[in-house]
Design a protein around this ligand. Structure first.
Ligand code: NAP
Length: 494
């Protein structure tokens, strides 16, 4: 089977993977440079004795820096680190070559009269905003406009005061740094390293807006998968409620409302898991069809497809979470009083009638098969999920990563689809399964994965696979038209 991810996506992810691996190597190098208090370092000035100014100053003093605060009030409060000096802004700025502005952007006007004192100094902007793209220019660019002679560098805005103070920096060791002056940037990166953090050079000050937006982003890649899974869960909950509880109450006069606690969740979880798993592989298949249709890989995919492909890992992990819940619900199932009662019923009736039912080997085969397929499918699902974790994916090469994510991923999809088919297949032909003319929930769950597997099967035929491989290696059916479309894309970008 061939990997069906579009090459431009694979390349970009490959670059990302290499970059993150490089980052990790860097970080291990950086860790060797972590706090060394024995060495006395230079004086650093911090404007503002607020939460962040104090936390950063405290950490810097620990790491051997001499810290001098520039504040509106020179009275030393108990909260300011005891080895630090507190002076007026002008006096403090004169004592250091690096001035860190730990003050909100809306107060930056007070810096204008200090422009001459700050001329030639490295001025570090650490500020964040309350909203994405709140101002037309980034805070760092605004600071550079206010202080034309200063060498402005953006840094530290993704590190929280609490993390600095408590030392809980595991999740936020990376410090994004950008600025137009390379030497100034290097000086700030040296401080970052000395604090035991990892600087990541993001280029010129133009990158500041993006860096300022980072702390405001709330799981950007998770939004679509979370909303989708919540939507599917809600839909299937009401679907099951209607068919398993309301229908049986109206037509069979049975009160199965307790199904809401275990039975319905244990139906929803595998169904949502399987659909989401199918949706992980569907964009790859669609991308292949689009490339075959266009006869080139040099035209951009539609935006929705690009976005969909970027959140496949999140979709897969949520699917794994649903599958795990299904496994737990199933293991807990024999403890349920309803299940105990249902299992005891045929035994009691056999005892009362003094008759032993022979073993139905067809049923035994079916139940053993779907259980085995489910267990093996879940095993591979967990394996694929584990390899998507950065710590694991960084330790395998790109080919190994693709092998697990694509080959084992498809194997997981096949096993899980077969598990559902064997379990739910018996209802497909039974008229009683169509309550209110609606299909059983398991039938609905098979639509996406079966469609993906069928198209994937067609795509591996040599007559389809060969042109697709050629396209992905750069061959074009009609080179002129793609040149034209590239020209149009470039022109619109300009
Ligand atoms: P804060 O606790 O409110 O402190 C801000 C400080 O700015 C005040 O203590 C004050 O220091 C000074 N200040 C206030 N009004 C001023 C004015 N009109 N003129 C001059 N100085 C004034 O805020 P913070 O949490 O430390 O945040 C400071 C900056 O760091 C913000 O831009 C924020 O986005 C950024 N940041 C904060 C965190 C965090 O976790 N807190 C994380 C990353 C980035 P003096 O009384 O000494 O003059």
């Amino acid at each position: 089977m061939r990997q069906l991810l579009p090459l431009n996506y694979i390349h970009s992810t490959g670059v990302f993977k290499r970059a993150s691996r490089k980052m990790n190597t860097n970080s291990s190098n950086m860790m060797a440079l972590a706090p060394n208090t024995s060495k006395k370092r230079e004086t650093v000035c911090i404007f503002g004795t607020g939460d962040f100014g104090r936390a950063l100053g405290h950490k810097m003093i620990q790491c051997g820096y001499h810290v001098v605060y520039g504040s509106r009030s020179t009275q030393i409060s108990n909260l300011v680190p005891k080895d630090a000096e507190v002076l007026s802004h002008a006096e403090a700025a004169q004592k250091a070559a690096i001035v860190i502005i730990a003050i909100q952007r809306q107060h930056y006007n007070f810096l204008t009269p200090l422009a001459e004192i700050l001329r030639g100094k490295v001025v570090v902007d650490i500020s964040n905003n309350l909203k994405l793209n709140q101002y037309p220019e980034s805070n760092a660019e605004y600071l550079a406009q206010l202080l034309p002679g200063a060498r402005v560098v953006k840094a530290f805005n993704t590190v929280s005061a609490w993390a600095l103070q408590s030392g809980a920096l595991d999740a936020s060791r990376q410090v994004f740094v950008c600025g137009d002056d390379t030497e100034a940037k290097e000086m700030v990166m040296n401080i970052v390293r000395a604090l035991g953090l990892t600087p990541l050079d993001q280029g010129s000050l133009l990158a500041a807006q993006e860096i300022e937006n980072y702390p405001l982003q709330l799981f950007p890649m998770w939004k679509f998968p979370i909303f989708l899974s919540l939507g599917l869960t809600a839909f299937f909950f009401f679907y099951c409620l209607a068919l398993d509880v309301i229908y049986t109450y109206i037509y069979e006069h049975n009160n199965f409302s307790f199904f809401i606690a275990m039975t319905i969740p244990n139906r929803i979880c595998p169904v949502v898991a399987l659909i989401l798993l199918g949706l992980v592989y569907l964009p790859g298949v669609l991308a292949a069809i689009i490339q075959l249709y266009r006869g080139t890989k040099y035209r951009r995919f539609p935006d929705w497809l690009d976005k969909w492909m970027l959140c496949r890992k999140q979709l897969g992990l949520i699917a794994l979470a649903f599958a795990s819940l299904h496994a737990v619900f199933t293991l807990a199932s024999p403890l349920r009083s309803f299940v105990k009662w249902r299992n005891a019923k045929p035994i009691i009736s056999q005892a009362l009638n003094n008759k032993t039912e022979p073993l139905d080997t067809t049923n035994a085969w079916l139940s053993d098969s779907y259980l085995a397929l489910g267990i093996i499918g879940f095993f591979f699902f967990v394996l694929v999920g584990i390899t998507s974790l950065p710590s694991v994916s960084n330790s395998v090469n790109w080919r190994e990563f693709r092998f697990v994510q694509s080959k084992l991923g498809y194997l997981t999809l096949i096993l899980c689809t077969a598990h559902t088919l064997v379990y739910g297949g018996k209802w497909f032909l039974s008229p009683t399964a169509y309550k209110w003319y609606l299909p059983n929930i398991y039938m609905l769950s098979l639509v996406v994965p079966c469609a993906v597997l069928v198209v994937k099967f067609v795509l591996i035929f040599p007559c389809v696979d060969k042109p697709l491989t050629q396209i992905r290696q750069g061959w074009e059916r009609n080179p002129k038209s793609s040149e034209q479309s590239n020209y149009i894309i470039n022109k619109s970008a300009v």
